[in-house]
Design a protein around this ligand. Structure first.
Ligand code: FES
Length: 174
């Protein structure tokens, strides 16, 4: 059995070799953030190992992905990936529990506010008290004159009586 001392907790936790720090903390009902349940996907279970890091499994690739290479130097671990490998005493500092639902609500609220702000900045999309909308500039309307064009006038067309004789014949042929 390994002793785990948690900063701010009176009672040390006893955990068997092979178990993760997350499992040990959850079994002892010690608060720790997690939303993936130990799958190394949420990155919420990070903690600092203050003493006894040699009793834990080495930092793995999943931890490096979440914590970066510097994690090894500053002794930050993912509790779900840090396995107890030997007997002795480990001291850890677990950050305050994150309310994941509240955090996601806050992210959604912030995202909605940012999108609304972006929409307001596009002229002609939505009125806002901060950015009153100016009327969109009127596009220059080009006046197109429409003229009927006869490519092949039918036989019912009669020549214009005012045309000179040679032009009358020409217009009848075409
Ligand atoms: S519990 Fe989610 S990363 Fe460790």
């Amino acid at each position: 059995m390994t002793r785990i001392r948690v900063v701010g907790r009176d009672q040390p936790i006893e955990a068997p070799e092979g178990s993760s720090l997350l499992a040990a903390l959850l079994a002892a009902r010690s608060p720790i953030s997690t939303s993936c349940g130990g799958q190394a996907t949420c990155g919420l279970c990070r903690l600092t190992v203050l003493q006894g890091s040699s009793l834990l499994s080495p930092v793995n690739a999943k931890e490096v992905l979440h914590l970066g290479n510097v994690a090894k130097v500053v002794s930050i671990r993912l509790a779900c990936q840090a396995l107890i490998m030997g007997e002795g005493e480990i001291e850890i500092d677990v950050p305050a529990v994150v309310d994941v639902a509240a955090r996601k609500r806050e992210q959604a609220r912030r995202g909605f506010a940012e999108r609304a702000q972006r929409r307001r900045s596009v002229p002609g999309t939505q009125a806002s008290p901060e950015t009153p909308l100016e009327p969109a500039p009127k596009a220059a309307v080009e006046r197109i004159e429409w003229r009927p064009r006869m490519l092949n006038p039918g036989p019912e067309q009669t020549p214009d009586p005012d045309l000179p004789a040679d032009r009358k014949q020409k217009s009848q042929r075409s």
